[in-house]
Structure formats: C-alpha cells, structure tokens
Design a protein around this ligand. Sequence first.
Ligand code: HEC
Length: 321
Amino acid sequence: MSTTAFRFPLFALACLLASPAPAAVSFEKDLLPAITKKCLDCHKAPHTENGQKKEPKAGLRLDASWAILKGSENGPVLTPGSPDKSGIYESVTLPKDDDAHMPSKGEDLTPAEIALLKKWIEEGADFGGWVGSVEGMPAGAMTESAKPYKPRPHDLFYTALEKEVKPLPDDTLAKARAAGAQVSPVKVESPLLRIDFLTGVSKCDDAKAAAILPLKDNIVQLDLGRTHITDATLKTIAQLPRLISLDLRQTQVTDAGLESITTLKKLQTLNLYGTQITDTGLQHLAKIKTLKNLYLWQSKATQAGVKQLTTAIPGLKVSIE
Ligand code: HEC
C-alpha cells in the first residue's frame, strides 16, 4: 500500500511533463456540428422547400469538403494556413452589423467555435477524410486544392459588359470543352464566360489553351492555375478584350510573358502566386491601370518592386507576404 501511495504522485507528475501538444482540430468532430446547425440552412445543395426551389446563398455550399474548397460564386472561401484570407472565417468574425456577417440570420458561432475554426485553418484545413454530400460533386473535385484568392467581381460592371456581347453558339463552346476547358456562364443566362481547366490541369498546355480563342469576346474570368501553359499562352490571353480576372498561379509564365498581356484593358484581378515573376515583370504590369488585386505569394517579386507598382497604379492591392 505504502509503495502505491508513494508512486502515485510521481506517476501524475510524469504524465504532466509528458502531456502531448493539444490535439489537432477535427473538422468533423469539432466544427461540423456548429456549421450544420448554424450555416447549412442557407448553404447546402439546391433543394425544394415548401414547393420552392432553394439555391445555396452566394452559390456557397458548406455541406461537403469539396464544395467548401470550391468556394462561392465569387471564388474561394478557404485558404489553408491563412484564416485572414478565408471568407469562411472572416465572415463569422465581422461585426454583427456588417452586411457580410455570417450567419446572416440565426445563432452566431460561439467564441470557442470561432477559435476552433481559426485553429483548424491555421493547421492546414484538413477535412480528415470527411466528404459530406456528394450531390453535384464534379468529377475530379476531390483532388482540387483550395485556390489562394477570392475575386469579387462587380455585378454592375458585368451587366454593362453583357450588353456588348452575344451568347456563343453551342458548337463553338463544345470545341473548347473538347480541349478540356470547363466553360460556364459567370451567372445564370449571362453570355459572359468563366473558363478553367480544373478537371485536368496537368493536361492543359499551350495547344489546349489556344482552344479558348474562338470564345475570346465573351471570356471575363480565366483560370489556368497549375496548368502547363507558358508565355505562348499569354499571347492568346492578350487577345481577350473583356478579361477581368486571370489566374496564372503555379505556372511557368515569365516576366517577358507578362509584357504581352499589357494589352488587356479590363483586367482587375491577376494571380501570380507561386510563379517565377520578379520585379521586372511588375514593371510591365504597371501599364495595366485597371488592375485592382494582385497576388504574388511565393513569387520572386520584392517589396521594393511592389512599392513601385502601387505608386504607378494607385488603389492596387497586392498580396505578397
Ligand atoms: C440565413 C441565411 C444564412 C445563414 C444561416 C448563413 N449564411 Fe452565409 N450567406 C448568406 C447570404 C444571403 C450570403 C450572400 C451575402 C452577400 O452576397 O452579401 C452569404 C454569404 C456567405 C459567404 C460569402 C460567400 C462569397 O464569397 O460571397 C460566406 C463565406 C458565408 N456566407 C459563410 C457562412 C457561414 C460560415 C455560416 C454559418 C456560420 C453562414 N454563412 C450562415 C446567408 C446565410
């Protein structure tokens, strides 16, 4: 007996000293219950309620991991590692009287839930095998990773552009699709197009990307991130008169290539995350006065180059870290 009584405190002390780092946040266990209760009413797969068809608000579904990674009609809402670049976190931390505060109705997340959400994103936003609803899941969706930015195109701006173009014939769209492009209207019934190659980024090269050229007048958003395109495709892109948002993240484009896209007259958002772009490339971009958002994380650009650029284009927001 006396031996046990003596040993117990030592054992307790050993436990304290050896206590492991706090466990990682589990999405399914720690976050999903709150999200289900407080978000899904407005952010789940299209469904019928009292005979009325309900679409997810802002096109954002939070009922599946692939859907959360896909983001809203305005772009991604989650950047693993960066809560402050994740709309899903930002929206719940905004002041209650902010229009973008979430949930827009009903019970708020508790401070503890918000802290867990933050920590989960900081830890890399791992869904730990949770998939959720597979309704409407595009082929290959599970391999897509979150995109590192969130463009917010201006609706009025689009409405003006819509008046300038006609819808394209189906066979023109079909040809681009045959080359691997995902072509979709930017919103319901709009002739303006958004194009990406997300179902086969590794198959998209300069030749495939050239298939978008017949659609050139209608393209406003183009995502070529992680594809195998080179500067040659930037010459194609230079011919898109209404391009507003361009994603070139993690491609082989170079400073020289950027010179060709200085013809773009409407470009507002450009993502060069994870490219070899340097300050020389930024000097070319200084000619695109419409530019509003530029993403340069993990590029070769420097703060000095960014400073020159923002002097040339007042109001430009640059994310570089
Ligand atoms: C009562 C309905 C409702 C609930 C509940 C709700 N939302 Fe929303 N959510 C909306 C609406 C409406 C919008 C579009 C707002 C706008 O365009 O300004 C939106 C937009 C968003 C956006 C911005 C999407 C984008 O990129 O434009 C995020 C992120 C978001 N919600 C997250 C959440 C989260 C997280 C929860 C739960 C904590 C939640 N929402 C609960 C109605 C709701």
